[in-house]
Design a protein around this ligand. Sequence first.
Ligand code: IPD
Ligand code: CA
Ligand code: CA
Length: 282
Amino acid sequence: MNETNETLDRRHALTTAVTIAREAGGLLMNGFGREKQIERKSSALDWVTQFDKASEELIVGRLRDAFPDHALVGEEGTNIGDGDGYRWYVDPLDGTTNYAHDFPVFCVSMSLYDGDQPVLGVIYDPVLDECFTAIAGEGAWLETVKGRRRMHVSRETDLVGALLATGFPYDVHTSPENNLDYFSAFVLRAQGIRRAGSAALDMAYVAAGRLDGYWEFKVFCWDVSAAILMVMEAGGHVTLLDGQPMVLQRQFNVLASNGHLHPSMMAVIGATKAGRPAAPAD
Ligand code: IPD
Ligand code: CA
Ligand code: CA
């Protein structure tokens, strides 16, 4: 079924997107553990495999068939349509470094925005067969082999009890904005920090209450556009790293939390930016 801007049925669009994300996840699982053709992109650390490209080709082809009027942006070069109507953001494989090393943490991430407003998001982890979804105004959901449940952020109010996640940009070897001082500051304040290697899953885990907060520099719209909606729909808070309201841009610095921890995470970020390292929590 084709969907025009006038007749978009959001639940049907989400079902279509989930079917496509699951198909792309199957493609990635077929390639997992196999030999990869690796190419470098923005830096020696920034890799792409033939499976990133094949996944994007599959997703874009399916989305074009289902939503021929919608614009599309994909990490591996897709840029179709313009204007401020419906636009899909596609990360065909989030966690490429993991995938290329056969480290089983990666996902497919897809979102639909209407101008700058999120409409729906899907993140599919084919390793655990976990599908995270959200529709604006209707909540966020996690479907696993055990069933389907509504997602809620955690209730943690104290950084010392918080499990946080972050990542490092692909220019970490050369850029002064490498996140290392922020990482050190949070190590001294939080219960634990994870660097699992997939920004989309990091933020989906905040929505699911598995993580309490997440920050990262220089993420791209395709990394986190679906997960932003999930955190918000699960009752959490997402801003730019400086606390400004979240507005989706091509690349930005992001902070997501269960909401309770936003002020204390902002305090650590502010102190670190000002060159005043946070004191250890205890
Ligand atoms: C990357 C992952 C990683 C994050 C990087 C992203 P990719 O995406 O999400 O966790 O730290 O900022 O670029 O390249 O694997 O799709
Ligand atoms: Ca990504
Ligand atoms: Ca990617």
